[in-house]
Write a protein that binds this ligand. Structure first.
Ligand SMILES: [Mg+2]
Length: 229
């Protein structure tokens, strides 16, 4: 049976380390001339949302800020910091095997549903050698919609346009590390697997009542079995 598996990136597939967060500070400083002294919580948010949270911390009115310029600079800063990203980040346990196994599964489609801008999603996956396993053409990104819950229909629509595949949301799995990933699945009748490799411990995630929770993604066989149900 067909499946669409949509992976979150940060905290689920990989940790980007300090660089992934620091590029926001640099982008803001470059475009607005102010260096933030603190950072908003970033887990599970889209990059446009994180930017608005930063502006709030800085006491700046978004109406007076060229948001697109900051986001474009964010992507430039991450690209420029690729070597540091590679050095300070890592792929999470079991991820490479899981992605390779799912990619080889006939009739299954695998991509990302992420708050990252599309450029940054590609760069992060490429930096850690994960790009060959995912079909980015059918992914959904923070640059598509600022609200994460609006991203699942974007991926389904791209699957239909690119591959002529129409899937019921019940054939879609969202895999992520935050309550926001669960909310995306819930909003559309998809299923959610939450993993405790980000900021939220497995017990906290389990209490939210997702379809499944894992401490990490090391059990590839168990993962396949779960996603096939
Ligand atoms: Mg995440």
């Amino acid at each position: 049976m067909a499946r669409l598996v949509l992976w979150d990136i940060d905290g689920t597939l990989l940790h980007g380390g300090e660089t992934a967060a620091a590029v926001f500070d640099r982008a803001l400083e470059a475009v607005l001339g102010v260096r933030p002294s603190s950072r908003p919580s970033m887990s599970g948010k889209t990059d446009p949302q994180i930017l608005l949270d930063y502006l709030d911390l800085l006491g700046l009115d978004p109406a007076g800020v060229d948001l697109e310029a900051v986001l474009a600079r964010l992507a430039d800063e991450l690209a420029a910091a690729q070597a540091q990203l590679r050095a300070g980040g890592r792929v999470l346990p079991g991820v490479r095997e899981a992605l390779a196994t799912l990619a080889a599964r006939p009739g299954w489609h695998q991509s990302v549903l992420t708050g990252n801008l599309a450029r940054n999603a590609r760069l992060k996956l490429e930096t850690f050698g994960l790009l060959p396993f995912v079909d980015l053409e059918i992914g959904a990104f923070g640059s598509d919609r600022p609200r994460r819950t609006a991203l699942l229909p974007v991926a389904l629509d791209r699957l239909r346009r690119r591959h002529g595949v129409v899937l019921d949301p019940s054939a879609v799995w969202v895999i992520g590390d935050t309550p926001f990933d669960l909310a995306v699945a819930r909003a559309h009748g998809a299923r959610a697997l939450l993993v405790g490799t980000g900021r939220f411990p497995p017990a906290v995630l389990a209490a939210l009542g997702p379809d499944a929770v894992r401490c990490d993604l090391r059990d590839t066989e168990g993962l396949l079995e779960l996603l096939a149900t």
